[in-house]
Design a protein around this ligand. Structure first.
Ligand code: GTP
Ligand code: NA
Ligand code: MG
Length: 295
């Protein structure tokens, strides 16, 4: 084998924080969209993944964002979100302060050894007290640079779209200081399925994050117990994508069943191999189930 040709990939950033502190609104501000108003009950119930372009020192940079739910019911989703990420943006509402899922998010990030950038949100609101948030977070080991620590805190308003650029800059500075963002695009793709569901018209739809290699239409793919051949890929605006390089999230059509959220995926050389791997995993899962029942 020859030398690996590594290229710089975008950082993967997971947005976490207590329910209604403004994670989805922040991503709406970054993407100039409006997802918040379409969510049932204003509660995020799944993981969304988006790639955005921004500038640092006149150089265009991509960042991959993963939105997570803050509702207490979704601990497992948050744990998975923090495992496949490079950086956590911790959103804390300036009028509400540190809450249970704020602390949970800090613990997930620490367990995954992922650096945290704090976004103090809703600074437009009456009663907003950013200094109180800084003070509260020192108790959890997040000490702001202006307090002599090494965590970047950025004051924003997702609603008024205040200082969004400042937050993106903090994310890129943290990425450049703390991470090795090189990946090999010249290999069969590997990554993680971050969410999957059965669509009535399109069949199983999986949102996957490519971590190494390049995923292409026509590839034979296996994720956990599920396998298939990539029939089509869609970007986060519904556009067709023919190739997905490292840190690119895409929706994959072509699985023969719905893969599990959080399962890793890989591309193999042919359909037969993908089917064999998936079937042997299915058989192992059935055996484990039977053994559990006998216990
Ligand atoms: P979950 O995903 O359910 O945990 O909530 P979330 O953290 O994604 O919060 P979301 O973006 O849904 O925002 C919750 C509410 O706060 C919405 O009504 C937003 O419009 C509002 N909101 C978000 N950011 C701001 C802000 O900067 N200022 C003000 N005033 N309101 C905001
Ligand atoms: Na919400
Ligand atoms: Mg949300």
């Amino acid at each position: 084998g020859g030398e690996e040709e590594l290229v710089i990939r975008p950082p993967v950033v997971t947005v976490m924080g207590h329910v209604d502190h403004g994670k989805t609104k922040l991503l709406d501000a970054i993407r100039s969209t409006n997802v918040v108003d379409r969510e049932a009950g204003g509660i995020t119930q799944h993981i969304g993944a988006y790639q955005v372009a921004t500038h640092l020192n006149d150089v265009e940079r991509l960042i991959t964002f993963i939105d997570t739910p803050g509702h207490e019911a979704f601990t497992a989703m948050r744990a998975r979100g923090s495992q496949s990420t490079d950086i956590v943006v911790l959103v804390v509402a300036a009028d509400d302060g540190v809450m249970p899922q704020t602390v949970e998010a800090i613990n997930h990030a620490k367990a995954a050894e992922v650096p945290i950038v704090v976004a103090i949100n809703k600074i437009d609101k009456e009663g907003a007290n950013p200094d109180k948030i800084r003070q509260q977070l020192t108790e959890y080991g997040l000490v702001a640079e202006e307090y002599g620590g090494d965590t970047m805190f950025v004051e924003i308003s997702a609603r008024a779209r205040t200082n969004i650029d400042g937050l993106l800059e903090a994310v890129l500075l943290t990425a450049d200081a703390a991470l090795d963002l090189r990946a090999n695009p010249d290999m069969e793709a590997q990554g993680v399925t971050i969410e999957a569901h059965l669509d009535r018209g399109r069949g199983p739809v999986a949102t996957v994050l490519v971590q190494r290699g390049t995923l292409r239409v026509g590839d034979s793919i296996v994720s956990g117990n599920a396998y298939g051949r990539v029939r089509a890929m869609l970007g986060d605006h519904g556009e067709n994508v023919s190739e997905a390089t490292p840190a690119r999230p895409v929706q994959v059509l072509g699985f023969t069943s719905v893969p599990g959220a959080g399962d890793s995926f890989m591309v193999v050389e042919e359909d037969r191999v993908a089917r064999q791997i998936a079937q042997s995993r299915q058989a192992r899962a059935r055996k484990a189930q039977v053994a559990n029942r006998r216990r």
